[in-house]
Design a protein around this ligand. Structure first.
Ligand code: SAM
Length: 266
């Protein structure tokens, strides 16, 4: 692979810029969340099960809506994210809603330097590992943060989806992790008309790389699920076929859109 550019600085600017617009966006429905709605989806809720009293670490938590939704279900939560703007907002929401949650702003790979404890569950979802170049390092952090027999729960977009160009008209990128993907985008997935232009650096990770990185770091896979719908309307050409389930019309609903993992640390 080619030399990795300073992706941390570039992605931090990208996520800080996006965060301001995400907070205001219809996509994130912050008002409904403040009034009590959960931002979690059935896919991850089904895998998480009863989390009352569980200690949960939420990796790449953005501005904390999912983390705080876990707290509302009775979990003791810690959220981690690279974006200081996102973490500031997460802390503000925690105070505003009088919830109990801790948030840490750092690069995921550096988390062990900021957090010296272990968790019943490590959770991460929707738009996560594509920002990380090395999944072996990611899985080592997941494993280090889990108690023995702790669970790793993840739901994310299927790597097949990341092969497409931004218009979802043609295959642009390899399914395999063969290149650093540098993109400049106008607007954001949560507000296509937002008056911002951001550069971002990412990587495609095939399913084999995801599962092998976890297994080789001591996380046994209990369940691996694939879904033909997304709970989010984020890509061009999607339609809501049933409530909360979006599919591509142009691909005749035949694509995998989401995968989910339920793993246990040995
Ligand atoms: C798509 S969002 C997370 C998804 C979450 N489901 C949401 O929409 O609220 C991706 C998050 O990853 C964070 N991120 C990107 N690179 C990171 C890194 N190296 N370490 C920690 N967080 C990172 C970004 O700041 C952003 O908040």
């Amino acid at each position: 692979m080619e030399k990795i550019v300073d992706y941390i600085s570039i992605n931090k600017v990208c996520w800080n810029t996006r965060t301001d617009h995400h907070i205001e966006s219809e996509f994130y429905q912050l008002d409904a969340f403040i009034k009590g709605a959960s931002s979690l989806n059935p896919i991850e809720l089904d895998l998480l099960g009863d989390i009352k009293g569980k200690k949960i670490l939420h990796l790449q938590c953005h501005f904390g809506m999912d983390t705080l939704s876990l707290a509302r279900l009775g979990a003791e939560v810690v959220g981690v994210d690279l974006s200081d703007k996102a973490i500031d907002k997460a802390k503000e929401l925690t105070n505003q809603l009088n919830l109990d949650a801790r948030f840490i702003c750092c690069d995921l790979y550096e988390l062990p330097q900021h957090l010296n404890e272990t968790f019943d569950i490590v959770f991460t979802s929707y738009g996560t590992i594509g920002w990380l170049p090395d999944l072996n390092k990611w899985a080592a952090v997941v494993s280090k943060m889990l108690k023995p027999n702790g669970r790793f729960i993840m739901a994310d977009f299927h790597p097949y989806v990341w092969m497409y160009d931004n218009d979802f008209k043609k295959i642009q990128y390899s399914y395999f992790n063969v290149e650093t993907i540098i993109e400049t985008e106008s607007g954001t997935y949560a507000d296509k008309e937002a008056p911002i232009e951001t550069q971002s650096i990412g990587w495609n990770h095939p399913i084999s790389e995801i599962l092998n990185s976890l297994v080789s770091n001591g996380v046994t896979i209990q369940k691996f699920n694939e879904y033909d719908y997304s709970p989010y309307n984020v890509f061009p050409g999607m339609e809501e076929f049933s409530k909360g389930q979006f599919k591509f019309t142009q691909f005749d609903r035949k694509l995998p859109l989401i995968y989910a993992i339920d793993g246990t640390k040995l």
